[in-house]
Each structure stands twice: as structure tokens, then as C-alpha cells.
Design a protein around this ligand. Sequence first.
Ligand code: AMP
Length: 284
Amino acid sequence: MRTVRSKAELRESLAPARREGRRIGLVPTMGSFHEGHLSLIRRARESCEVVVVSLFVNPTQFGEGEDLEAYPRDEVGDAELAEAEGVDLLWMPGTDELYPDGFATAVEVDERLTGVLDGDPERRGPSHFRGVTTVVAKLFNCVQPDVAFFGQKDGQQAVVIRRMVADLDFPVAIEVLPTVREEGGLALSSRNAYLGEAERERAKALSRALAAAAEAAGAGERSAAAIVARATEELRNAGIDPEYVEARDAEDLSPVAELNGRPVMIAVAARVGGARLIDNVIVN
Ligand code: AMP
């Protein structure tokens, strides 16, 4: 595995593969790898000839008062894990490399997608997704992958990125892989590092809530409000007051009142101790 930091080294490392027309896969990450990241890397490894992993804690997707400084970082451990998974190229740009002085451009997806759920102005706000789409557009332009891999764990992010890629004609295929969970259901997340023992136990209620929602839908409940209420009840029983529990169309994130056979995303966000956690499940 080669580790590079600059865009110039990245381009130079990828030049032969590009000349030879080899299939390049990109896994964008903010590091602090867990099995969720590794599942994306493994999928990239089995389906691509060249696997690039980017590791960049992107400041522009963190809002004021969010956890940018505290965000868990472990470059050495991550490099070992990436190497063990057979990654070809680990790209760890510094902030100045991606946002040099004078940087003044953003890629923005419409607020119908980026101003709801996590992007609601009362929550992280649309600027979070502006940060995500801008950096992902840059990563795509720098690496020029044939395919890029994302996790369903960040379901809204996956929808927003698919939209950006379609609308701006990025020549990249997007693959979204299932959420990897601990035994007990908790979705793996770098932010789980903020959870103490008791909080980790309490955090399992998020996945229980989504399982209850999926079960209700599976049993024939068509009312989105009833399904959301079922999930909310599960959270409240664990003493969790969610930021939101919502049912939205899984493709365009429009609000859903009745399940009608189209895929619906039940999405939840809640603060548990020092961690703000998100999770989702697709039902129809
Ligand atoms: P992050 O480093 O948290 O920005 O995540 C990098 C990529 O890994 C994103 O596409 C996430 O959606 C994905 N990811 C994070 N957690 C999980 C998980 N538990 N299961 C599957 N993918 C995940």
C-alpha cells in the first residue's frame, strides 16, 4: 500500500492504472476505521482492480459547536487496517491541500434533499450537506474513480450524493452498502467512541426502534405516523428523546404519509450522552 498526502502524488500514483484502463474504486472516509468502513473497503477490493481510500476529516461539514476537534483520529491504526485489507492507495490530504487560501466554491444540492432530516436548519442545517457534496465532488475529481462506495448508515448522505452525481454528470457509479451493526443492533460509527458503557447500552434503542418500525410495516401497518409512533415509543422507553424520527421517500426524501409500495426510509437521530447518533431502515 502506498500512502500519499498531496494531490500531485495521488495523480502520479494513479496515472499508470488510468492509462491501462484499470477499474478504480474509491472509499471516502473520515477515518477511525470500524467494520462499517472495512465492509466498504472489502467490497471495493473484490470489485475493483485499484482500491483508493481517502481519509479526510472534512471541516466544512462540521457546524459551529460540533465535534470537529474531538472527532476520533487514528492515522496509524487506520493505515494498518487499510493495508491488511489490501488497499492500494491511502490518500490522507491535509486541510490546506483541499482548501487552499482563496477557496471560494461550493456544490449544493437542493434543500428538498439537504434541508430536511439532518439538514433541517434546527439541526445540522443544509451547510452540513454543502460541506459533504463539495468535498465529495473534489474527491471524485481528484481520484476519478469508476465506482465509489458509501454506507446506508448515512442514508440521507447517500441520497444527496446520488443526486449530485446524476445532476452534475459525474462519470462514477455509486454503490451503497448495508449498515454494519454490533451484536445488539447498534450501528457502528466512529462517534460510538464517545459512548460510555451505560450509554452504549441505551444507544441500542435506536436500532430497536427501527426494528419495531420495520416490524410494524411488515405486519401491514400503512400509516407512516403509526410506524413513527411505534419507533418513538421504543426510544422513549429507553429514556431517549429523539431529535427526529421521520418517514421519508427513500429516493427523494419527500415526506410520506402512507406506505404505498415505494421504498421508505425511517430515519432517526438522537443524542445519547456525548454522542449524536443517526440510524435508518428502509421499509416498503
Ligand atoms: P465516515 O468515516 O463516518 O464518514 O464514513 C465513511 C463511510 O463509511 C460512509 O460512506 C459511511 O456511510 C460508511 N459507514 C459508516 N458507518 C457505517 C456502518 N456502520 N455500516 C456501513 N457503512 C458505514
